[in-house]
Design a protein around this ligand. Sequence first.
Ligand SMILES: [Zn+2]
Length: 135
Amino acid sequence: MNLKDTIFLKCPRCHEGDLFRGKAYSSHIIDMPKECEKCKQPFFLEPGFYYGAMYVSYGVNVAIGLTLFVIIWAILGFTQPYFMKAAFASMFGTIAFVPYTLRVSRSIWLGIFFKDKLTFYANIDEFDVAKKEEK
Ligand SMILES: [Zn+2]
């Protein structure tokens, strides 16, 4: 996993192709091409591949939320009356990041499975082993 690719949402294999189409803050939040436009690396490795990104997303949201909370509460002087205000402000701040968080989570999840210059082939057609053995 490469931190630069993860943050800038680039292909984990060639570091050039975009992982997503369009802008995060539009109707194309999770619009991913099937494969990298530069190196043809498939982005959907198997059915339901990105379910795992939900767990990553949880962690990223907690990290953003806690960071925002500490920053906001520090600005307000770490005093008791502002604790809940800082908590609510960080909650709304975290929600504002959701489209980007979603993309970064998928990027992290895909990056976990990659090493440089190694091609991972999509396993979609060969996925149903039981069905193949019946034939
Ligand atoms: Zn690529």
